[in-house]
Design a protein around this ligand. Sequence first.
Ligand code: DX5
Ligand code: ZN
Length: 220
Amino acid sequence: MRKIDVSPSLLAADFLHLEKEIAHCEKAHVGYLHFDVMDGHFVPNISFGLPVLKSLARRHSLINDVHIMISDPLTYGPQFAKAGADIVTFHYEALKNDAERWDVIHAIKKAGAKVGMSVKPQTEANVLIDFLPQLDLVLIMSVEPGFGGQSFMPSSLPKIVFIRDIIDRHGYPTLIEVDGGIQEDTAKLCVRAGVDILVAGSYLFGHDDFNERVTALRLG
Ligand code: DX5
Ligand code: ZN
């Protein structure tokens, strides 16, 4: 039975009370903390960057799951690793060709972090196949990246099933994460399709029943 974990997205947190919000995550016994880094170029939004990660990364007990929605992951991916990211997940679409994608994978690993690759909703999952043996994580976007609070895109489900099948057939240790519009019902669909980690922002933050919501996601 696969262990389902949750990665709360800080993008939806109350930035005036980040310490308290992170404490909520620890008390809910999630395994990860999801940092959505946006550069206003790869996605039409700007969130936060290296200084925020540096100040938070080593002051809690969760795995720093850093999702970089940026145009230059080769330059900045390793810097996020050095700033405290345990996993740095970059976007397939941010690079022009596979050689560049391999460069980013090697650079992030060399900087001491695990590496993930993410695909947007319009990108086919089969582009990931050759990278899987070297990826610690695959992030299937179930919304167009750039904003929290969007609706789940069911077209992400067959992509999860496809990747799950390859990972299981080859026995890769790669984790599958899904991100965007995750709440109780969509979590169930994603767990059934084969995910390991559920990212959730607006479903978790800003609600008094944080722990119960985490449990509801896990029961998927
Ligand atoms: C979107 C981000 C997601 C988003 C999740 O670009 O990658 O992590 O913040 O937020 P919800 O769970 O509200 O869709
Ligand atoms: Zn994200």
